[in-house]
Design a protein around this ligand. Structure first.
Ligand code: AMP
Ligand code: GLY
Length: 431
C-alpha cells in the first residue's frame, strides 16, 4: 500500500518509522516531514492545511491511506474534504483517511462540545459551565462564587496554551476578561469553559477506532512543564514514559468500562464518523479516572513511547479499522519500558532562535534500544540544524523504566546544540 503521512514533528518521525517497517507498506510520503522522516520515505513540500494539494497528490500517486498526524487539519475537516464526490457521486479519491470527520473532531476542537458529549453519555469529567460575551456578567458572578483553584479554558484550539489554572478570584476574573473581551486566543476564546479543578495524577490512553470497535494501543504519562519537578510554563511535552507504573489491569478495566466504551457508544449513537485515533487525556482522582480532554489524534511526545512499544503491524491495523475487522486484531505490546526525553531550544516555550547546528547525531546510537526522533529539525547546507522549540525526542527502551531513562539521558549527553535544554527528571515520581 502507498501511504501519505501529514505532519512534521517527533510524532510523525515515530509514525514514519513504524509505517515503513510494515509488511504492507510499499511507499511512504511525508508532508512536509522533517530531517528524521527522510530516512523512511519521501518528504513533500506540501503544508498540512493545503487540502487541494494533498488531494491532488493522493489522486496522482494512487495513495491508499492518508494518515493525519496533527489536529488542525482534522478540526478543519480534511476527512470530509477527502470524501468529496463529483456530480455523478464518484469519489475523486477512494482511499482511507486515518482520522475523524470534522464533526467528530470537535471532541478536540471545542471544549464545550466535548463537555456536552461527556455529559450526555455519563462520562466522568470535571463540572463546568461555559460563557461568551453575551453572558459575560453572569460568567463573572459564576467565577466569584466558585471554589479555588478554578480552571478557565478557551473553547477552541489554542496550541496547548488555552488552559489557565487560577488560584485566586481576581486572577480568574482578569484571565476571563482577557479571553472574552480582549480575544487573547482569537476566536478560540470567544467562548470560555470554566471548570472545577481536579486534583490527581495524569495519564493518557490511546485507542484506534472505527466508531464501532476499538483497540487500546498503549498508554503513557507525559511531562508538560518546562521546569524540573513540574514547575514553570506549560509546553507541548518535555518527556514521556510508558507504561505508567500505577496503571494496573484493574484500573485499565475501569477506564475501559467508564470512559472508553461509553465514548465509542456515544460516537455511534450520535452518528459521529470516526476512523482514527482517540487520545484520552485522563486524571486519576483517588481511584477513579476522569477525562480532562479528548484529542482526535496521537500525542507528541506520547507517540514516541507508545508506537515503539506497539508490535502489531500499524498498516494492518489501519486496514482492519477500515474493513470492520478491528475487533479481531491482536494487539501486542513490548513489555519493556520506554522513556523519551525532549531536547528543546533555549527560551522555549517562549521565544527562541532557530538554525543552530546540531552535533553528535552522526555518532552511532549508544545502543540498538535508542532512537533519536527529530521533532524540529531541518537541513541547511548539509548540516542538520534546529528548526523549532522542541528539537529532538530521544527514546530508549529497557526492561526497567529506570534503565530506559538513564539510557535516554546518557544519549542526550552526547548530543549538543547552542542553548540546548532538557529535563533530567523525567519519570522522577516512579524512581
Ligand atoms: P489541556 O490543554 O486541555 O491538555 O490542559 C492542560 C493541562 O491543564 C492538563 O494537562 C492538566 O494538567 C490541566 N487541567 C486541565 N483541566 C483541568 C482540571 N479540570 N483540573 C485540573 N487540571 C486541569
Ligand atoms: N503532549 C500533548 C499533546 O500531544 O497534546
Amino acid at each position: 500500500m502507498k501511504i501519505l503521512l501529514l505532519g512534521s514533528g517527533g510524532r510523525e518521525h515515530a509514525l514514519a518509522k513504524k509505517i515503513s517497517e510494515s509488511y504492507h507498506c510499499n511507499a511512504l510520503f511525508i508532508a512536509p516531514g522533517n530531517t528524521g522522516t527522510e530516512k523512511y520515505g519521501t518528504n513533500l513540500p506540501i503544508a498540512t492545511n493545503d487540502f487541494n494539494a494533498i488531494q491532488s497528490f493522493c489522486i496522482k500517486e494512487n495513495i491508499d491511506i492518508l494518515v493525519v498526524g496533527p489536529e488542525e487539519p482534522l478540526v478543519q475537516g480534511i476527512y470530509d474534504f477527502m470524501q468529496a464526490t463529483d456530480e455523478t457521486g464518484a469519489k475523486y479519491w477512494d482511499g482511507i483517511v486515518v482520522g475523524p470527520s470534522k464533526k467528530a473532531a470537535q471532541l478536540e476542537g471545542s471544549k464545550e462540545f466535548s463537555k456536552k458529549f461527556m455529559q450526555r453519555h455519563n462520562i466522568p469529567t470535571a463540572a463546568y459551565k461555559s460563557f461568551t460575551a453575551e453572558n459575560y456578567e453572569e460568567g463573572k458572578a459564576y467565577i466569584k462564587q466558585h471554589s479555588l483553584p478554578i480552571v478557565l479554558k478557551a473553547d477552541g484550539l489554542a496550541a496547548g496554551k488555552g488552559v489557565v489554572i487560577c488560584h485566586n478570584h481576581p486572577t480568574a476574573l482578569s484571565v476571563f476578561e482577557n479571553m472574552i473581551q480582549n480575544a487573547q486566543f482569537g476566536t478560540a476564546s470567544q467562548k470560555v469553559v470554566i471548570e472545577e479543578f481536579l486534583s490527581g495524577i495524569e495519564l493518557s490512553v490511546f485507542v484506534i477506532t472505527n466508531g464501532v470497535d476499538y483497540q487500546i494501543i498503549g498508554h503513557a504519562k507525559d511531562y508538560k512543564r518546562i521546569g524540573e519537578g513540574d514547575t514553570g510554563l506549560n509546553t507541548g511535552g518535555m518527556g514521556c514514559i510508558s507504561p505508567v507504573p500505577f496503571v494496573d489491569e484493574a484500573f485499565m478495566q475501569t477506564i475501559e468500562t467508564t470512559i472508553i466504551q461509553p465514548t465509542i457508544q456515544g460516537l455511534q449513537k450520535e452518528h459521529l464518523e470516526y476512523n482514527g485515533f482517540i487520545f484520552f487525556g485522563l486524571i486519576k482522582v483517588g481511584n477513579k479516572p476522569y477525562v480532562i480532554e479528548y484529542n482526535c489524534r496521537l500525542g507528541d511526545p506520547e507517540t514516541e513511547v507508545v508506537i515503539p512499544r506497539l508490535q502489531t503491524d500499524l498498516v494492518a491495523l489501519f486496514a482492519a479499522m477500515h474493513n470492520g475487522t478491528l475487533a479481531d486484531v491482536n494487539i501486542n505490546i513490548d513489555n519493556r519500558a520506554a522513556a523519551t526525553i525532549v531536547a528543546v531550544s533555549g527560551g522555549y516555550p517562549g521565544t527562541f532562535e532557530k538554525h543552530k547546528p546540531i552535533y553528535g547525531l552522526n555518532t552511532l546510537p549508544l545502543s540498538n534500544n535508542v532512537t533519536i526522533y527529530h521533532a524540529g529539525t531541518t537541513t541547511l547546507q548539509n548540516q542538520i540544524v534546529t528548526n523549532g522549540g522542541r528539537v529532538l525526542a530521544v527514546t530508549a527502551m529497557a526492561p526497567q523504566l529506570q534503565e530506559a531513562i538513564q539510557l535516554a539521558k546518557h544519549t542526550l549527553s552526547t548530543i549538543s546544540f547552542d542553548n540546548m535544554y532538557y529535563r533530567k527528571d523525567i519519570g522522577y515520581e516512579f524512581l
